[in-house]
Structures are given as C-alpha cells and as structure tokens.
Design a protein around this ligand. Structure first.
Ligand SMILES: Cc1ncc(COP(=O)(O)O)c(C=O)c1O
Length: 402
C-alpha cells in the first residue's frame, strides 16, 4: 500500500485511496459470522462508483437514504427487491419515482397516506420504520424524527392501513458505531420481539425485518475491535430459532462504516511550514475541505465538553485518526497540522510529534473510507477537489473525479 500511495502522490496533490481487497475482507467477515443475515450497504457512507461496484459484486443489497441513492443502486445493477429506500421527509415526487425501483420504507403515517394516494388502484407493498420503545442502552423509547413511535405504529397497524397498502416489513435503526457485543445482542433480541408484536397485530408474517446498523469499528487505539465471530456465534441460536418459525422472513442488517471505513486513506501534501510564537505549523493541502472528519472531531472535542455528541455519521472522537508521514528516519519535532483554508478551524492536530516535514512531503490519514469524501465541503474556497482512487486486488487502480 505504501508503494502505491507514494506512486499516486507523485501525480496527485490530494486523494482518497480505497482498497477493494479490504472491503471484500470485511464483507467476508460479516457473512461468515452471520450466515442467516442479509446485509445491505448504506450508500451514504461512501457512494464512490467503484466502491459501490465492489460492495454490490459481493451480493449486498442497498440501504438508500435518498432518491439519488436509489438511482445509484439501480445503476449498479440492483433490482427492486434489493434496494430499501428509508429516509425521513420523502417528497411525493420522490416516492413516485422510487416506487417501482425500491422497497419504500415509510417514515411517518402521513407518508403512508401519500403512498396510498400515489398507488391509486394498484396494490403497493411497503415497509415502515419504527421508533422502538427500546434503544441500545435502555428499555425505554425516546422522541425521534425518525420512524413512527412503536405504540402509535401498533395501534395504526391494527385497523388503519389503507386497503391498497400492505405492510411487508419493518425497519429500525437507533444507533451506529456500537462496540459492545452485549448491547448488540440485546438489541437484536428486542428487534425480533418487536417484529413478533407487529406480526401479531397484522395477522401475518413479515417478509423482512431490517435491524438497521449498529456494528462499529475500532477508530482509535483505545477502541476494542468488536469480535465479530463471537458475536455471530452468540446470536446464532437467536436467529436460528427465529428462522425455524419464520422460514420466509428475511433478516437484514445495514452497514456502512464496518465495510468501507478502514479500507480508505486520505493522502495530502505539505505546502508550507512556519514558526509562530514558538509553535511550528505544517500547512497541508485540502484538510478541512478535503477530509473534514479530523478537523470536525478536533473542533467538537475541544469546544463541546458539555453535551454528549451523537456519533452518526459526522463525528467520531479526535483520536479516531492517525497521521502518518513515511519519513521515519528523520528527526522528530512537535508540530500542529493545519490546512490551507482561510479559516482558523482548519486544524487537524495540535502539538503532535511528527518526523521533520517540509514542502512536498506526504501525509496519510486513515479511516477515510466512510463518511469522508461524501461529507467534506469540497467546494469551500474553490480549491482543487481531491481525486478518488480504487485499488483492485490485481494491483490495477481506477480513478474517479469528485
Ligand atoms: C438508517 C441508517 N442505517 C444505516 C446507517 C449506517 O451506519 P454505519 O455506517 O455506522 O453502519 C446509518 C448511519 O447514519 C443510518 O442512519
């Protein structure tokens, strides 16, 4: 990988490099651990065409959060049965365009009414997103802009579903980036119980139960990587027992970052260095605007000590990134790594030890495969956008322009 990075850095100022082999390894791990589960790829985490092609070539379906993502999934060759469109606030036009392309997951009761109106004389099958009366940490529900409150959903399903609509499945997602297996296990148990409660009200079995995401990754050295094999073994019984009574119900988990985050690095160059009031600044090309996460995380950690910050999907702690410069034989110094934008917020690390860096040197930042290029303000300051590269297992490299 190092050799590939150095080669690409000779031609490109700043770029993302995704490793298709690593993406496939992650998918293999999930599949081996959870043979009873179908996985959906959360396109929002990384919609690079080559990344999507790699993921979908492994047989994953799509978790689409917009009409645009429905289209991307369709263009990637997925059929309606494997595209799940779940998002709050879909417009009627978006529903009309998506209805023959994706399984629509209604996010509110008014959305179900609109789907019914659009369906007219045609019978439509949809899913509903439920805001459950449990979370990863508690057995109580909380207010949310996502989904229909569990009690309200159960009441509605009893007698109010329009005649031209059939509820095919349910979707719940309450948390991302969970590293505690016990919490994930209890969440899955709660999900299956919720599904049975929904079925009891509907009077028939669901076609699918989409349990959302949850499985996290070790961003920092202090995070403990989830033991996916053990989690798989410990939930095997739960899912197998459910399967016995539900042979035709698809059990699904959505995942973005587990599959792609660690497959990506962001590479940029040093454009200048300077001393100011005893501090050394290394000025880099396109940091906040090229890969926003490190500066965003640093800003949040530095200034927001009070509130607890939701992780998804913009933020992970400032210790979530390593900054690597391939010059280990040089003398070390303490520096701050900053970007070339005209904002003081463009700081990715303060007072860290790095090898002596000068103009033209390379800096590599990890964990850049998920919620990275897709959330970065690339237009900010009209800098040249980073390029995206996908490294295939045979060593070939595809180029994509943002
Ligand atoms: C509804 C839903 N599903 C799946 C995901 C993907 O989460 P992750 O990338 O952590 O797997 C998200 C993330 O925001 C989400 O909101």
């Amino acid at each position: 990988m190092n050799r590939v990075i150095i080669g690409l850095a000779e031609q490109t100022e700043c770029f993302y490099l995704y490793d298709a082999g690593k993406i496939k390894d992650q998918i293999r791990k999930l599949r081996t651990a959870f043979p009873q589960i179908d996985f959906l790829y959360s396109i929002k985490s990384n919609s690079n065409k080559g990344v999507m092609k790699t993921v979908f070539s492994c047989g994953l379906g799509a978790d689409a959060a917009s009409l645009g993502e429905v289209m991307l999934a369709q263009q990637s060759g997925l059929n309606k049965e494997n595209i799940y469109f779940s998002a709050p606030g879909k417009t009627s036009q978006e529903i009309e365009q998506a209805i023959n392309r994706a399984e629509i997951i209604a996010d509110s009761l008014t959305e179900i009414s609109r789907i019914s109106a659009i369906a007219g004389k045609t019978q439509r099958s949809i899913g509903i997103r439920i805001n459950p009366d449990f979370s990863f940490d508690s057995t109580a529900g909380t207010a949310s802009k996502f989904g229909i409150d569990e009690k309200e959903a159960l009441r509605y399903l009893q007698s109010e579903v329009p005649d031209n609509v059939r509820i095919n499945g349910i979707h719940v997602h309450v948390k991302s980036q969970e590293l505690n297996s016990e919490k994930l296990k209890s969440y899955y148990r709660n999900m299956l119980m919720l599904a049975e409660n929904v079925e009891a009200v509907l009077g028939y079995q669901l076609n699918y139960i989409n349990m959302g995401s949850g499985i996290g990754i070790a961003y920092s050295e202090t995070d403990t990587e989830i033991d996916i094999d053990s989690l798989g073994k410990e939930t095997e019984n739960l899912f197998s027992e459910f399967r016995k009574t539900h042979p035709n119900t698809r059990l699904m988990i959505e995942t973005g970052r587990y599959v792609v985050c660690q497959s990506g690095v962001y590479v940029t160059h040093v454009v200048d260095r300077k001393e100011s009031h005893g501090k050394t600044y290394i000025i880099l090309k396109n940091t906040l605007n090229g890969y926003v996460r490190p500066s965003l995380a640093r800003m949040v950690d530095k200034y927001d000590k009070e509130s607890s910050i939701p992780c998804e999907p913009l933020y992970s702690g400032a210790d979530s990134f390593s900054f690597y410069a391939p010059y280990q034989d040089r003398e070390k110094e303490i520096v701050s790594l900053v970007g070339n934008l005209c904002t003081a917020a463009d700081v990715i690390a303060e007072d860290i030890t790095m090898p002596y860096l000068q103009t033209g040197d390379i800096l590599v930042i990890n964990n850049a495969g998920a919620y990275a290029a897709v959330i970065s303000p690339i237009q900010f300051s009209s800098q040249t956008a980073p390029t995206e590269y996908l490294l295939h297992e045979d060593g070939s490299i595809e180029t994509y322009f943002l």
